[in-house]
Write a protein that binds this ligand. Structure first.
Ligand code: ADP
Length: 244
């Protein structure tokens, strides 16, 4: 065991005692390999990473370095890895899929480069979706979605469908959906990769504001300008974390 703390997961159905004072993210010895013929190719090697509450971290590095792979592990989208991962004091590595799903919904929000909105749902319905997965009562859902629509200045767009929006507006909806449940950490995979520079700036300003309100932000980016919005850069190369 690489951690001193207990690594037993809570029983299924037990509320997760998230620790707001623990590192939001703490990994030790994370390894991820893809089978390639008779051997395997490592995408990540011995990743030891600590991210504290309130940080705004940018993950940078050349294409193929493992950035996306790492972000998807941190966002609990990928479970085929070895090592240890504590998310707000909770041992992800010791959890079953049901526990991981509950932790993911409760603690994380994920923003994709290509937005990943559902085209047959309206803006309102897209933002509401994660709350319905969390069994938030209807009245409370309406209040939370209305608040986010208002904060992001997209109230007038609420009945439109994603294809009726610009890329920048779609990404605003993608971020609204990621934060509507008030996650502790937002993970964003090249969130401005498909946007014009003015739209990209608007999106980065929004992340900065969310971070100033206390949300931890972790983004993958190729852009030094985007990284400048954050408080720390970590670099990956050939699957290894470069020492600062
Ligand atoms: P980055 O985000 O830094 O561009 P990735 O995390 O996408 O890098 O990929 C890291 C490495 O893992 C690359 O060598 C890539 O080819 C490999 N890889 C990623 N996904 C797969 C997959 N599904 N099958 C095989 N190899 C993969």
């Amino acid at each position: 065991m690489l951690f001193r703390s207990t690594s037993s997961a809570p029983a299924v159905g037990e509320p997760l005692p998230l620790d707001p004072t623990a590192p939001v993210i703490r990994t030790r010895g994370i390894e991820k390999a893809f089978p390639t013929g008779p051997s395997q190719t490592y995408a990540l090697r011995r990743i030891a990473l600590d991210i504290q509450p309130g940080e705004f971290v940018s993950i940078m590095g050349p294409s193929g370095a493992g950035k996306s792979t790492l972000l998807h592990i941190l966002g609990l989208h990928d479970h085929a890895w070895t090592g240890e991962y504590m998310l707000m004091g909770q041992p992800v590595h010791a959890m079953n899929s049901k526990q991981r799903a509950a932790l993911q919904k409760r603690a994380t929000g994920f923003v994709f480069q290509a937005y990943h909105l559902l085209d047959d749902l309206t803006v309102y319905e897209n933002i509401e979706l994660p709350l319905s997965y969390r069994d938030v009562p209807k009245g409370e859902r309406q209040t939370l979605v209305a608040d986010v629509l208002d904060r992001f200045g997209i109230v007038a767009k609420k009945d439109l469908y994603p294809t009726q929006l610009s890329g920048g507006q779609q990404q605003l909806v993608g971020i609204a959906r990621a934060i509507v449940g008030n996650p502790s950490v937002i993970l964003a995979d090249e969130p401005t990769g498909n946007l014009h520079s003015s739209q990209a700036q608007e999106i980065m300003e929004l992340f900065k504001q969310l971070n100033e309100r206390g949300t931890t932000v972790v983004q993958v980016t190729h852009s030094e300008a985007n990284a400048a919005y954050g408080s720390r850069v970590i670099r990956l190369r050939d699957g290894y974390l470069e020492q600062a």
